[in-house]
Unconditional design. Sequence first.
Length: 156
Amino acid sequence: MDEFKRILVPLDGSSLAERALPLATTMARKFDSQIFLLRVLDISAMTVPTWHLESPPNWVVESRKHAHEEVENYLKARQNELREQGFEVHSVLRGTSPAEDILEIATAKDIDLIVMSTHGRGGLARWALGSVADKVMRHSHCPVLLVRQTEEVNNK
């Protein structure tokens, strides 16, 4: 593969994840690529379990709605910033599981390259918590370019 026409950049709302954007935009400029921004909203981790209730309490519904709106606004802001730089940008909001959603969107959108940051977990933390980047790297149908964090960033 010598061209990357569709680049996926998974974001989680953190400045750490956004460190993948400069590399993704460099690649996009070089290959005249479209950029796809993906944000996974894991609502289940934000609220108490409600699967046993016929309908969740109003505060759960409201908090989910608010979180969804915040994520949409975040994606629109990043999308607009990149469009102002001359890129063709699409945004996707999902809500299942980060690694699964990244892999599913990469397949569904026929992505040629995934550019993402690692969160710098190593050793026991990586073993216990797993690594989204590791899962994506191992199961992706396309190349994955990881932006590693330096010790200085990890220690902050």
